[in-house]
Design a protein around this ligand. Structure first.
Ligand code: PRP
Ligand code: ZN
Ligand code: MG
Length: 224
């Protein structure tokens, strides 16, 4: 369903939402986040913001439901691998890497466990929200493992006896520390990225995207 207005999917609530809204505002997009609305109309440009769960953003782009999205590379790559494995559309255009949302996806183990390298993970059960990325990494290095899929509270899995290790996002390291875990391997370094659907769009919309990108370039450069 094509609309005249450019649709941008952003995270409603979470690690990317504030900086993402700030970036759009600095690019001159005026909007008012109020209440629990899913769609927010920009006041001064033909742009609609869709406020959704970050997990849904890659699929919305790959299915061509929205034109642009801001998403962490970790989530984008995980969903891309998952959809590719199911033979679903997994194409997108990466417009630019942004200057926020930095984190790493790491395998962590009990802080007191001996660890000399990835071979020590052989045969371990790893709790994670990112099974595809874990599998890609472990297959690459040729180490066997099993997974335990958890959408939340991944960090408590070892203590709860559900897994031997975890693979989760780390930014400050506070979560690992609080749960008696230590980082063993970094498997992906991630930042927020701006992506576009590969769906054909009107010249007007494409011109608006170019204008946003130019402004974004200025905003990001000014901060450096
Ligand atoms: C991630 C991750 C850890 C935390 C790590 O969760 O799952 O819980 O951040 O950050 P730290 O190293 O600074 O402690 P996120 O905030 O994305 O929320 P979620 O777990 O609810 O998805
Ligand atoms: Zn998420
Ligand atoms: Mg968490």
């Amino acid at each position: 369903m094509q609309t005249q207005r450019l649709r941008i999917a952003i995270q409603k609530k979470g690690r990317l939402s504030k900086e993402c809204q700030d970036l759009l505002k600095r690019c001159g997009v005026k909007f008012n986040m109020m209440g629990e609305r899913l769609v927010v109309h920009a006041e001064n440009m033909p742009i609609d913001l869709l406020l959704v769960r970050d997990d849904d953003i890659p699929g919305l782009i790959m299915d061509g439901v929205v034109d642009l999205g801001v998403i962490g590379e970790n989530e984008l790559e995980e969903v891309g691998l998952e959809r590719a494995a199911r033979n679903e559309a997994c194409e997108y255009i990466k417009l630019r890497r942004l200057d926020f949302g930095g984190c790493r996806l790491s395998i962590a183990i009990d802080k007191d466990a001996d660890y000399s390298g990835p071979q020590d993970l052989n045969g371990k059960r790893i709790a994670t929200t990112y099974p595809q990325l874990v599998k890609r990494y472990m297959d690459d290095i040729g180490v066997k493992f099993t997974t335990c899929m958890l959408n939340g509270s991944v960090e408590v899995a070892p203590r709860a006896g559900l897994a031997d290790a975890i693979c989760d996002l780390v930014s400050t390291g506070a979560t690992l520390e609080a749960n008696g875990l230590k980082e063993a391997e970094v498997i992906l370094r991630s930042k927020a990225v701006l992506i576009q659907s590969t769906e054909a769009i009107s010249d007007d919309k494409q011109a608006l995207i170019e204008r946003l990108l130019t402004r974004m370039q200025g905003v990001i450069q000014a901060k450096e």
